[in-house]
Design a protein around this ligand. Sequence first.
Ligand code: NAP
Length: 322
Amino acid sequence: MKAIRIHDHGGPEVLAYDDVPIPQPKAGQARVKIEASGVNFIDIYHRTGLYPMTRPCVLGSEAAGIVDAVGAGVGEVKQGDRVAYAMIPGAYAEYAVVPAAKLVPVPDDIDAKSAAGIMLQGMTAHYLTHSTYPMQKGATALVHAAAGGVGLLLIQVAKLLGAKVIGTVSTESKADLARRAGADEIILYTQADFLTEVKRITNGEGVHVVYDSVGASTFEKSLDCLRPRGYLVLFGQSSGPVAAFDPAKLAAKGSLFLTRPSLAHYTLSRAELFRRAIDLFDWMRAGKLTLRIDKTLPLRDAREAQQLLENRKTTGKLILIP
Ligand SMILES: NC(=O)c1ccc[n+]([C@@H]2O[C@H](COP(=O)([O-])OP(=O)(O)OC[C@H]3O[C@@H](n4cnc5c(N)ncnc54)[C@H](OP(=O)(O)O)[C@@H]3O)[C@@H](O)[C@H]2O)c1
């Protein structure tokens, strides 16, 4: 089969379109014939070595497809089932073996591209707004990179929960998309100081929660955007990792909370995984949540896809088709 592998960590040039054997499912695993794979920032961290990988390895962290073989003892799925999954390495490929317990059934009226595309970023938007900081009417959130893959979904889910959302974006066209997703206020953080703007919009009070996936370039000011006892939810580092931090600053700035969550720890049980995925599918089917697929590329163009994502050229989801 064809797969996108890395043999070394590095820039986009290390992505290789290789011929590899079709993997065989072991006990507890199912093999998925992949119909669509999602592209995520975590794939770039795997490529660069920010999150080191044992090499050579197939990149990619989410996909949708059809179960075509199962290993011993698998009761969760059977051959022919339509499934989707996230946070399992090896999805930039024609086939992947996945722990059967991590597979979610896909409703008949959700196509493979939408199923693949909603899993990782959608479940992230879900846990950030339902579990890390439960959003509700009366709460105000600041969402950085609001027109990104996670950003557009996070805005919509926060609005479903009745919150007020302030988004930051780099360009006017991204501002337009974030507004259409439901953001109440948008700040072009490449032109205006987002701290000054947040203080103005909130009458000096600050927000209840900042969802910060940008990291290095936003972290310090994100802390200053919070009201006393506010939450800084640092969930990514698209601009680079945040430097070492003195926790005493949290007291000085208003008894703040800082957390660095990962989707893996918010989908620990099959029940939790299903709850989040089923909510997403239900909202999509009811027209309450829209997945914006920015581009669909053939698998062999994974390099181009990653370059677009890391150069801030995307709005919403990138999909690869094997
Ligand atoms: N912890 C978790 O569970 C979890 C799960 C999923 C994703 N994440 C994180 O969430 C973030 C977003 O992921 P995504 O896949 O949805 O990507 P994305 O937001 O679609 O793309 C990244 C965006 O970050 C912004 N950005 C600001 N400075 C940047 C820089 N120096 N380089 C590149 N981008 C920059 C850009 O938006 P502007 O041009 O508008 O600034 C860019 O479009 C990533 O950091 C990812 O690691 C975390």
